[in-house]
Design a protein around this ligand. Sequence first.
Ligand SMILES: Nc1ncnc2c1ncn2[C@@H]1O[C@H](COP(=O)(O)OP(=O)(O)O)[C@@H](O)[C@H]1O
Ligand SMILES: [Mg+2]
Length: 426
Amino acid sequence: MKVLVIGGGGREHAIVWKLAQSKRVDKIYCCPGNAGIAELAECLDIKPTDFDALLNLVRYEWIDLTIVGPEDPLAAGIADVFRKDGRKIFGPGAMGARLESGRAFSKDFMRRYGIPTAEYRVFSSYIHAEDYVRLKGAPIVVKADGLAAGKGVYVAKTVDEACEALRLIMKERVFGEAGDRVVVEECVQGEEASFMAFTDGTTIIPMVSSQDHKRVFDGDLGPNTGGMGAYSPAPVLPEEMERTVMEKVMRPFLRGVQAERMDFRGVIYAGLMIKDKKPMVLEFNCRFGDPETQAVLARLDSDFFEIALAVSEGKLAQASVAWKPEASVCVVAASGGYPGSYGKGKVIKGLNAVKRMKDVVVFHAGTGFDGESTVTAGGRVLGVTATGADVPAAKARAYEAIAKISFEGMHYRKDIADRAIGRSAC
Ligand SMILES: Nc1ncnc2c1ncn2[C@@H]1O[C@H](COP(=O)(O)OP(=O)(O)O)[C@@H](O)[C@H]1O
Ligand SMILES: [Mg+2]
């Protein structure tokens, strides 16, 4: 079988790595891919939103299954276009993807199906939004309605901060039309965790839990990033809590999908806030998280191709989804300056030394090949991922590995998974 993976980050490298282990997969293509993915797949420089070119590739290379990594092509309807052409694709149609690309739509969906979420109001006028913020007071959360590459959320400690966020989103339009509307919501406290599940719209099967680290510096300080690391399992989501999330969030989600006739075949990701053993949904994503996927797929014991194919065919009930008992930790190595501006083209050293290590895999994110060496080509460069008997063991192994890697300006957090280790110690 031939598979096409769309995207070129650490998440897609993890997907390609897992697919390459399947006996049924003969060839993998990736658009656009990166230097690490190129060791396992044929990388082609086609943009994830160039549907015509992607569909032509699938037609002329006789590709059996396409797996979509990022949200942008899903929001733009790639799954609908492919299915209309009779192609198998892993990822929801545009209507399902709207649960991520339209926050107001997503919050209204949660309300319709009784999914617990923070109290909120939607505004398309600045003046009404400001009135509401002044009425409610701080802390309060302001979110741009549309996709904003993970930057559209402001957790405001004061009313002035919230008004400034409204001004940036609605008046300065820093996120363009994603700021046509805003969601203003209650600030909730608790502990965050990511819950991902496979679904074909009829069956839903949870993945193991995970948690990521958004801030750039140790101790959760500094600006937000795409994610500086992740670990699995998340102690805040023990089995009993997973059952609660399935019952209170995932089952009602599936009821909604069916009632609204969404074609949802792919991954549903709930960003959760858990307080007093009660989960609240902060957001839905309609695809795998990055870097959570690196930690989660490292623990998958089943054939990922079989699962993805079953999802795309609406036969998930027949697939086997089993997990390894080991824990995993992924530590991201980033370019100097990230998440601000950073240089590219720095030679990455030490990758071969890590290749020889057992229980470690280095997922490439922003990397390229300059004809001689593997070089940096993005903000997040590598996701060094290790498994171990438990989270502390996986963490120790991941840090042992990352210490062997270097490039000019490289930085990474030293405290990935400490949250989990601290908790399990009490
Ligand atoms: N209602 C809320 N109360 C408190 N914190 C929130 C709330 N909504 C979002 N946050 C914080 O903001 C972060 C980003 O918000 P989220 O809705 O997950 O959007 P995105 O991941 O697209 O940036 C969350 O991980 C959480 O830390
Ligand atoms: Mg989030």
